[in-house]
Design a protein around this ligand. Structure first.
Ligand SMILES: Cc1cc2nc3c(=O)[nH]c(=O)nc-3n(C[C@H](O)[C@H](O)[C@H](O)COP(=O)(O)OP(=O)(O)OC[C@H]3O[C@@H](n4cnc5c(N)ncnc54)[C@H](O)[C@@H]3O)c2cc1C
Length: 293
C-alpha cells in the first residue's frame, strides 16, 4: 500500500520546525529517520496532512558531556550510538541495547529521538531511558520542557509529547563508579522486536545490591521499572529471595497477548530474565537455575 497524499516541508532550523508544528498541530508529523513513520503511513495507520522533515538539522545530532550528564541529540542515529566512544564509556547499557535494535539498514537511519517519540512498548531504547533515569528534553514555540523518562511514556505509542513539541535531546546521568549493566531480550530472531526484554543497572557492594534498576520491555503497554527490584536491594541474595522477587514481578506485570506470545509466556520470560540478570550481575550462575515457584 502507498501513503495517502501529504504535503512535505524540510525544516531549515529547529525554530522553523517548531513554527510548522505550531501552525499545523496534530495534522503534522515529524519525520526523523522515517523507519517507523513511513511504514505506518504506507499502511495508512497514520495519514498526516504534512510531514515536517527535521533530518537536516545537524544541531539536533551528536554528544555533549556536561559534568556528569551525557547529552545526546535527538537526531543521533542508532549506528552513531553503537560507534560512539562517549556512549561506550558513559552509557554502555545504551550501546548493548542498540545492537538488538532491528538490522544495520534500519540502524543507519533510525534515531534515538524517533525511537523514544514512537514509544513502541517492545523497543529497547525507551526501556534504557527509564532504567538510566534519563531526562527527555522537548521544545515547542513556547519554550522547553524537561520530562523524566518515567513520566514520558504513557502507553502504546503514547508519550507526554504534544503535537506542537519536538523531542530535541536526551540527558543521561553518566555511569557512576561501580555501576554494572545487563541487557538481554527474547526475540524470534536477532534484530526482531522483543517478545520480552530487560535493561538493568546495578551497583554491587560486597556481594549484595546497593542499587538495582530493572527496566522491562515488551511485557506491558510501556517500559516498566520493576518495583520488585527493591526486594533485592541490601539483602543477602539466595535462591529464596530471587524466587520471591520473581513472584512479586509476576504480580506486577500486565503483559499483552499477541501472535508472538501469550501473557503467561511473557510473565514467565520476564522471570527468567530477572534470574539471569541477578546471577550475571552478582557473577553467581547458580542463581539462574532457580526452582519452580
Ligand atoms: C523492519 C523494522 C524492524 C524494526 N525493529 C526494531 C526493533 O527491534 N527495535 C526498535 O526499537 N525499533 C525497531 N524498528 C524501528 C526503528 O528502530 C526506528 O528507527 C525507530 O522506531 C524510530 O526512529 P526514526 O528516527 O526512524 O523515527 P521516525 O520513523 O521518523 O518517527 C517515528 C515517530 O516518532 C515521531 N518523531 C520522530 N522524531 C521526533 C522528534 N524528534 N520529536 C517528536 N516526534 C518525533 C514521528 O512523528 C513518528 O510518529 C524497526 C523498524 C523496521 C522498519
Amino acid at each position: 500500500m502507498k501513503a495517502a497524499a501529504f504535503a512535505y516541508a524540510r525544516a531549515t532550523s529547529v525554530a522553523n520546525a517548531l513554527e510548522l508544528l505550531a501552525a499545523h498541530g496534530d495534522r503534522a508529523k515529524v519525520l526523523s529517520g522515517g523507519q517507523s513513520l513511513m511504514p505506518a503511513m504506507n499502511l495508512r495507520l497514520v495519514s498526516p496532512d504534512i510531514v515536517v522533515d527535521i533530518g537536516g538539522l545537524h544541531e539536533l545530532g551528536g554528544f555533549t558531556l556536561k559534568k556528569d550528564i551525557l547529552v545526546i541529540g535527538a537526531l543521533t542515529r542508532h549506528v552513531d550510538l553503537l560507534r560512539s566512544g562517549e556512549v561506550a564509556v558513559h552509557a554502555p547499557l545504551l550501546r548493548d541495547a542498540v545492537a538488538h535494535v532491528a538490522h544495520p539498514a534500519i540502524r543507519n537511519r533510525g534515531t534515538l529521538g524517533g525511537s523514544l517519540a514512537h514509544a513502541d512498548p517492545a523497543s529497547e531504547l525507551p526501556a534504557c531511558a527509564v532504567t538510566l533515569d534519563a531526562t527527555i528534553v522537548v521544545r515547542s514555540a513556547g519554550g522547553e520542557r524537561r520530562i523524566a523518562a518515567g513520566e514520558f511514556f504513557r502507553g502504546i505509542y503514547e508519550t507526554a509529547l504534544s503535537s506542537e513539541e519536538l523531542l530535541v535531546a536526551v540527558e543521561l546521568p553518566v555511569a557512576g563508579e561501580g555501576s554494572t549493566f545487563f541487557f538481554q531480550e527474547f526475540a524470534r530472531r536477532h534484530g526482531d522486536y522483543a517478545i520480552a526484554g530487560l535493561a538493568a543497572r546495578s551497583v554491587v557492594k560486597s556481594g549484595t545490591f546497593a542499587d538495582l534498576q530493572l527496566g522491562f520491555f515488551a511485557v506491558g503497554d510501556r517500559p516498566l521499572l520493576a518495583v520488585a527490584a527493591r526486594r533485592l536491594i541490601n539483602v543477602s541474595i539466595t535462591p529464596v529471595t530471587v524466587a520471591e522477587a520473581v513472584a512479586a514481578l509476576t504480580d506486577e506485570l500486565d503483559p499483552q497477548e499477541d501472535q508472538l506470545a501469550s501473557a503467561a509466556m511473557r510473565r514467565h520470560l520476564a522471570g527468567v530474565l530477572l534470574r539471569r540478570c541477578v546471577a550475571t550481575l552478582l557473577s553467581r550462575p547458580e542463581l539462574d537455575v532457580g526452582v519452580a515457584e
